[in-house]
Design a protein around this ligand. Sequence first.
Ligand code: GLN
Length: 261
Amino acid sequence: MKTIQDYLENGAIDIAPFLSLVLDKSSAELILNNNYQLTFDEKSCIDSLVLQREKGVPFAYLSGSRGFYHLDFKVTPDTLIPRPETELLIDIALELSNANKALKVLDLGTGSGIIAVTLKDKNPHWQVSATDFSNKALEVARSNATTQIEFLQGSWFEPVTNQSFDLIISNPPYIEENDAHLDDLSFEPICALTAGKDGLDDIRIIVDQAPEYLEKNGFLLLEHGHDQQDRIVELLKQKFNNIQTFKDYNSKDRAILAQCK
Ligand code: GLN
C-alpha cells in the first residue's frame, strides 16, 4: 500500500500535480491528508500518467487543461498548449479601448480559443469572432467559451469575407520549419507551430490581407518569434502607422501592434 506521503517523498518527477489531478485535491489538501492510502485504481492511474509524462507527453495534455490569464482552458493534442507569453497580447488588447467602446474583434487561428474567450470574458460587450482551419481545434474552442463568440472554420480571413473589425489579433504559427526547438514540441500540432523556412509565411499573409478587414485606424496585434520583429515592422510599414513593439516577461521581442492607415 502507498500513501500520499510515500509518493511525495519518492517521486523522481514532481509528483504532486499528478496526485492533485487523480485525487482531486489541492497541494495543501495533499499535505493535510498525507497518510491517505491510495486505492488500487488511483495508484494505477497515477502510474500510467507518470509513464506517459516520462515519455514526454506535456502535463497539460494529461490533465486536459491549462490556466491562461484568469481562466482555465480545456486543451487537447489538437490545440497548442497556452503559453504565458501570449498573455501579453491580452494586456495590450485590453489597454486599447476606453471602457465604453464595444470593439469588434477577430482572433485568427484561435486554437483552444484562449485569446477570443479571454477578451470576451473581460469585455462581454465586445463582439468577438474567431477563425481556425482545424475543426477539431474549434470544437475545443467552443467548449471553452464562457459567452457568445462566433467561431468560424477556414484559413485566416476566408470565413469573414466582407466584414471589418476594430482589432485583428493573432498568435499564428511562427517557428522556422527546421528549428531545433521543435524536437521539444513534438506532441503539439505542427501546423500550429511552423510557418515555412523563416517562420513568417503566415504572418506575411495576415499582414498583407488584414487591411481589407480593418476599419480605418483599426489595430493589428500579432505575437511573433523573438528574432522576427524588425522584419515584421518592414512588412507593416506600407499599409500601417503607429507601429509599436513589445517584449515578453523574459525581455524577448514578442508582440507588435500597428494601426491601419
Ligand atoms: N511560442 C511558441 C513556442 O515557441 C510557439 C507558438 C507559435 O508558433 N505561435 O513554443
